[in-house]
Design a protein around this ligand. Structure first.
Ligand code: SF4
Length: 80
């Protein structure tokens, strides 16, 4: 086989990236997301509301982010 594999190129150039965000209107500061994925979510020291500190989710953190999405009681986390 010769030639370049386009699908592999697409992944390598980031077309497969996953982004995450927290809806601040919904977030109630339970801090569950930052316990599950502290690499991605940071809780406010004041009220626990989450801030995304790593919007582009690398492959090795996607399972944790998916768990956070499913665990958030307010359904405040979304990926796109
Ligand atoms: S788990 Fe949901 S409600 Fe709790 S801090 Fe995270 S985003 Fe906010």
């Amino acid at each position: 086989m010769s030639g370049r594999m386009k699908n592999t190129d697409a992944i390598a150039t980031g077309e497969d990236t996953v982004k995450v965000r927290v809806d601040s209107q919904r977030c109630q500061g339970h801090t569950l997301c930052s316990i599950i994925a502290p690499e991605v979510f940071e809780p406010s020291e004041i009220d626990g509301h989450a801030t995304v500190i790593r919007e582009d989710v690398p492959p090795e953190l996607r399972a944790k982010v998916a768990e956070a999405v499913n665990t958030c009681p307010e359904r405040a986390i979304s990926t796109f």
